[in-house]
Design a protein around this ligand. Sequence first.
Ligand code: C2O
Ligand code: CU
Ligand code: CU
Length: 486
Amino acid sequence: MHRKRSLIHVRLLAIGILSIFGSLGCSDAQRADVARARESRTRHRLSIPPLMTPETGPDGEKIFHLTARSGETWFYRDQPTETWGYNGSYLGPTLRATRSDRVHVRVTNDLPTATTVHWHGMSLPGSMDGGPHQTIPSGETWEAKWRIDQPAATLWYHPHVHRRTSEQVYRGLAGLFIIDEPRRNPLPFEYGVNDLPIIVQDRRFDDARKLVMKRGFGNVVGPLGDEIVVNGTRLPFSEVVHTLVRLRILNASNSRVYRFHFDDDRKFSVIASDSGLLRSPVLVRSLQLSPGERAEIVVEFEAGETTMLQSSDPDLGMGFPMERLNGGSDRFNVLEFRAAVDLTPVSPLPSNLVTIERIDPSQAEIERSFVLGEFAEINGQGMDMTRIDVSVRLGSTEIWSIENASDTFHNFHIHLVHFQVLEVNGSPPSGHEAGWKDTVQVPPGSTVRLIARFDKVGTHDAPFMFHCHMLAHEDAGMMGQFTVMP
Ligand code: C2O
Ligand code: CU
Ligand code: CU
């Protein structure tokens, strides 16, 4: 705060200079109109990752096949880009299973290098987690089997190779894993029609349309792209044919934080956080998501209208000028919605979605504290594959307190568990953060206390990870390992 105040004159000077340039020629509003009209003609239909139909094994398990491979993707019309994907050239199919299903995923690595596939947000044993200890060498196949044991949620999968995660995700390796409940809520549920996967990533292309990772001057969060792709589509638009549409938004970017809102500032309902539905919908005008986080929102549309999902000025809490140099003043059009002239009416959102029992803090066996450093260490130590940082007793409940003692924006993700946020800087979390989460934002100077139950085994050979999900930080070593054992 004090740092911000002392620099306020610098900011005023900058604003003054910017507005002088801005007033030359046509007005900002005119310029924006022209740009938008031009852009809207060249938009591409949003691609929807295919929903994968599993085979059914003899004992009823659902069998999925994923093959990681390289390929070419047409982000631009003139030239393709070399990318990586699962079963395709960029991203991967959406996997879907119902609570208590047994799933079996066979992952083949056709890449020229080793990879892993981590099920982000999944409650499963450490040996199936797909972290840096479950490496799949080039040319080999890894079998992951587990039973779905958690509430309906939008999870995702991505590589988790020691020191190579950011590069592999950037090339295109990521996909969604949707979990359903046998008994569903009356929510929009038609995949790709009124229940849309929205995988948001920032990318940078050079003149030859090659993907490049670049860090600008003063960048400490990690490489930022200057273009947005949604489900691998540049400049996307989506047609709307229902009055209510559910968006399952995943921030699958390496380092970019988004503050999503619509260009007309309409309200929308947040119905789910990372690991499940909220108790009831929370009405907001904007929603900030950091890398790895998901949210499900429901948006109401009127016949014939067009509206733009945008991201502007995410609050990184880094102060001037670092805030700006790390994406804090960036603005993007993310996805245009074009509503048909006739919309199919959808029943209104239920006011109660699920019951969420608060985990009682007095059940916690221990409170641990984690201090995030500038960009490569937690509690003063960098990631070491041979060191176990935390040993948790199987079946126990713990409180973890995460403090960001640095000037850099971080978040914090824990494998295996979904947690509840107890406090953010001493206050209860806001409505949309009061449900189940697995990744939480921890801006500079803040402390987040969370509580979780640890109920799957992770041994010394197959421990779980906790880390910052800003991928450059994670790869630099801002990660630790924990076992869960009786
Ligand atoms: Cu999204 Cu350790 O992962
Ligand atoms: Cu994870
Ligand atoms: Cu970080």
